[in-house]
Design a protein around this ligand. Structure first.
Ligand SMILES: [Zn+2]
Length: 134
């Protein structure tokens, strides 16, 4: 089955960091906010939801994919970044098969996302996904 690109509602870039790379992540976040129309998520200082390392989320509209991802590719300063589609077809697939990595891929807790997909439509599942920075 082919998925049309219009299926993507928005994209997320999850920028991962460790205590010693947090200052680099801060600088990157500031630059992203200044240069692009993005929504910056809260700092998550440790593993949360499907994410196995501290990170923050950067959300952007499909029309900004080209510029944001090209810029991140050049300026991520060694940080690992997960870029994934938000298609509405399932969180598990969006974070794995409909995703790309800049830098080194990190483990993703797929079973956590599968649980959210099973509970899809339940308000608490949606709240959980949002609060945990999916
Ligand atoms: Zn996400």
């Amino acid at each position: 089955m082919t998925i049309p690109v219009d299926q993507v509602n928005e994209y997320h870039a999850h920028v991962y960091f460790e205590p010693h790379t947090r200052p680099v992540a801060e600088q990157l976040r500031e630059q992203l906010g200044e240069r692009f129309e993005v929504r910056l998520g809260r700092w998550k200082e440790g593993p949360v939801g499907p994410h196995t390392r501290a990170m923050y989320q950067v959300a952007f509209e499909p029309e900004h994919f080209d510029r944001v991802v090209r810029w991140l590719m050049l300026n991520r300063q060694g940080l690992d970044v997960l870029v994934h589609a938000e298609t509405g077809l399932g969180h598990a697939g969006d974070h794995t098969t409909r995703a790309l990595w800049l830098g080194n891929p990190l483990p993703i807790k797929v079973e956590y996302l599968q649980q959210i997909d099973r509970d899809y439509g339940l308000p608490e599942a949606i709240d959980q996904a949002v609060n945990n920075g999916c």
